[in-house]
Design a protein around this ligand. Structure first.
Ligand SMILES: COc1cc(O)cc(Nc2ccc(C(=O)Nc3ccc4c(c3)C[NH2+]CC4)cc2)c1
Length: 335
């Protein structure tokens, strides 16, 4: 018997695939499509002061729909729990992938970094800064594509991306000098610094600034001085240096990154960062849903376009995933 009545008939729960902090992540099957999902389960009582982080993340995820951002399909909130039904990313964290390979070749690092640049360019274009970019927050899906996760620390400044933030957050080793100095900062500029740390980790297999003691780590970050190993090409060194600029006003911007020579080296084209998801609803998915629920297409379109992040939203997105992967746009059990 499913221990969560809220999920009964909607999702078939399987094993726990991750747990930590205030959440547990379980593998599940979406009943109507048979598609695999990950369900992040949080107990409100153990969330404590982290409760606002969950609400921040849920609201951000409802705005963000991109091929390199882990998709939120549905949210179920009860008196005691939050359930976030999320995109399935079975190949684990980029962090573990780097560790397993010691470090990545420039070619492989470029493929991943292009996807990271695309995801960050997209969230910045939507007015969000992630503020916790690190390999642990980048998961690999079944096609070895990266999916950005954990928007619990993201910010959508009310005055837009040019207005200053104050909250010091994220992981120390990836935090920008202006952030660790307690100065006000722009979320977009802090994200670019973290991306410099990320690229360095991809190419070197270790961090440019590291220390067991936080005060010493902060001094190293504020100095901006780091080791550049011999295996790094001149182009890689130059790109990393343009992101690890202590002065945020001298730091490269995401716009410049999109067409940076290092990023274009193998692909000969700028990074395509726009979302591949269309604004208009997919006709085949609407037809299948209308048949299943015995509604007219017009009524079905009206219901789906409300995007309430209920079971209908999840079913629509999972049908769309099936279509994008060349699988039949069919629901499993008809009425
Ligand atoms: C927005 O996306 C988010 C936000 C967030 O706060 C957390 C997550 N976390 C996820 C963690 C894991 C998975 C996942 O799919 N993991 C997974 C799936 C299958 C298997 C494994 C892991 C491990 N090997 C066995 C098969 C998905 C989201 C996302």
């Amino acid at each position: 018997m499913s221990q969560f009545t809220e999920l009964r008939g909607l999702y078939h729960l399987r094993e726990t695939i991750g747990s930590g902090g205030f959440a547990k992540v379980k593998l599940a099957y979406h009943a109507l499509t048979g598609e695999k999902v990950a369900i992040k389960i949080m107990d409100k009582r153990s969330l404590g002061e982290d409760l606002p982080r969950v609400k921040t993340e849920i609201e951000a995820m409802k705005d963000l729909c991109h091929q390199h951002i882990c998709k939120l399909y549905q949210v179920i909130e009860t008196e005691t729990k939050f359930f976030m039904i999320l995109e399935y990313c079975p190949e684990g964290e980029l962090f573990d992938y780097i560790v397993s390979k010691d470090k990545l070749s420039e070619e492989e690092a470029r493929v991943f970094f292009r996807q990271i640049v695309a995801a960050v360019a997209y969230i910045h274009s939507q007015g969000y800064a992630h503020r916790d970019l690190k390999p642990e927050n980048l998961l690999l899906d079944e096609d070895q594509n990266l999916k950005l996760i954990d928007f619990g620390l993201c910010a959508k400044p009310k005055g837009g991306m040019d207005s200053q933030l104050f909250t010091c957050c994220g992981s120390p080793a990836y935090a920008a000098p202006e952030l660790v100095s307690g100065r006000e900062y722009l979320g977009s500029e802090a994200d670019l610094w973290s991306m410099g740390i990320l690229l360095y980790a991809l190419l070197c297999g270790y961090l440019p600034f590291d220390d067991d003691k936080i005060p010493s780590l902060y001094k190293k970050i504020q100095s901006g001085k780091y080791d550049t190993p011999s295996w790094l090409s001149d182009e890689s060194k130059s790109l990393i240096a343009s992101m690890l600029q202590v002065d945020p006003k001298r730091r490269v911007t995401i716009r410049h990154l999109l067409a940076h020579p290092w990023l274009m080296a193998d692909a000969q084209c700028p990074v395509e960062w726009h979302s591949k998801y269309k604004r208009c609803l997919d006709e085949d998915c609407l037809t299948e849903l209308a048949v299943h629920y015995g509604k007219t297409k017009k009524d079905m379109e009206a219901s789906v376009s409300e995007f309430k992040f209920d079971y209908l939203t999840a079913t629509y997105f999972l049908l769309l995933e099936k279509k994008m992967k060349g699988r039949p746009v069919r629901l499993l059990n008809k009425i």
